[in-house]
Design a protein around this ligand. Structure first.
Ligand code: IPM
Ligand code: MG
Length: 371
């Protein structure tokens, strides 16, 4: 096992809904790693989303943002809930997350969809279509229609209103995320699929041009193109055809929810959001489950903590260069599932449904065996 270097500064932002519950289990895994000398963390907690709004009137306080900027990594739970839905747009919980992504310049969002053998039957698709699936969606996270100007709701002279959002990408924004896609593909099956709507959108035409140009630096990687609507179809028709997908912010948002269900549950998908490395190789990073705050089950202690625990593993791999420790955590999850541990979202009929804490116990038990 890699020796833990100095303490890592990690800012923990549990957020709203099931966020605090699942983060509780992540903290137990972090403590375990700390105790065993696998990785030492200097953990601090902050507020984000509705929780931050309730405390300070904004979904992300400047001081919290500053802490996130200074941290080696941020662990994020989830934000949002009915309590805050009536707030003005700029104060809604999701704005806290979007501001973090933008200000930290986390342009590359890695969303791996991996089917654990034990869950192949929990997928919405037939087992043979998903068994062994391991694909990676690289979603551009700081540009496109999520942030493009002009945006807003305006009132026209005739008194009717018009809602506006703008899909906009510079070549530089496309290039850096496409490179992230190529770099990842190189470490995997060397196949990159760029997904867009170049048949309808000029921004998509530019994505293709840039991808083709950057491809010259990666002759060992096979590059293909696909329209986003076709990609949605192919993901449920034959998901194993993909290795790495690179795409814009909005298409990545949509396609990753689709990919999530291939794995059995949205409760299984982790993600890493990465910035560019600086001169010392350090990069800002935030790790979060792909699922949201699940208000319907919040507070009941039944949420699946695995997406968060797997996001923690991604932190070990991508921020702290501890692939072996990451694999240890992922292996513990795999064995817990193989031994039959299931939260309600991934349980099939007749299986015992564990609550959040019990799923954490199951992973810790497997970790203790491995460490
Ligand atoms: C995601 C979520 C977010 C997004 C929401 C919560 C703002 O759906 O991370 O996929 O749209 O990016
Ligand atoms: Mg989403």
């Amino acid at each position: 096992m890699t020796e833990a270097r100095s303490n890592r500064k990690v800012l923990v932002l549990p957020g709203d809904g099931i966020g605090p519950e699942i983060m509780g289990e992540v903290m137990r895994v972090a403590e375990f790693c700390d105790r065993r000398g696998i990785a030492r963390f200097d953990l601090s907690q902050g507020l984000v989303g509705g929780a931050a709004y309730d405390a300070s009137g904004v979904p992300l306080a400047d001081a919290t943002l500053a802490e996130a900027m200074a941290a080696d990594a941020v662990l994020f739970g989830s934000v949002g809930g009915p309590k805050w839905e009536g707030l003005p747009f700029e104060l809604q919980p999701e704005r806290g997350l979007l501001r973090l992504r933008k200000e930290m310049d986390l342009f590359a969002n890695l969303r791996p969809a991996v089917v654990f053998e034990a869950l192949a039957d929990a997928s919405a698709l037939k087992r043979d279509l998903v068994a062994g699936l391991d694909l990676m969606i690289v979603r551009e996270l700081t540009g496109g229609i999520y942030f493009g100007q002009p945006r807003g709701i305006e009132t026209l002279p005739d008194g009717t209103r018009r809602g506006v959002n703008t899909e906009v990408y510079t070549e530089a924004e496309i290039e850096r995320v496409v490179r992230a896609g190529f770099d990842l593909a190189r470490k995997r099956q060397r196949r990159l699929c760029e997904v867009d709507k170049a048949n309808v959108m000029e921004s998509g035409v530019l994505w293709r041009e840039v991808a083709r140009r950057v491809h010259a630096d990666y002759p060992d990687v096979e590059l293909s193109f696909m329209y986003a609507d076709n990609c949605a179809m192919q993901l449920v028709r034959q998901p194993k055809q993909f290795d790495v997908i690179v795409t814009s912010n909005i298409f990545g948002d949509i396609l990753s929810d689709c990919a999530a269900m291939l794995t059995g549950s949205l409760g299984m998908l982790p993600s890493a959001s990465l910035g560019a490395p600086d001169a010392t190789g350090r990069r800002r990073a935030l790790y979060e489950p792909v699922h949201g705050s699940a208000p319907d089950i919040a507070g009941k202690g039944v949420a699946n903590p695995l997406a968060s625990i797997l996001s923690f593993a991604m932190m070990l791999r991508y921020s702290f260069d501890q692939a072996d420790a990451a694999e240890m955590v992922e292996g513990a999850v795999r064995r817990a599932l193989a031994a039959g541990a299931r939260t309600a979202d991934i349980a099939q009929s007749g299986m015992t449904r564990l609550v959040t804490r019990e799923m954490g116990d199951a992973v810790l038990r497997e970790l203790a065996r491995a460490a």
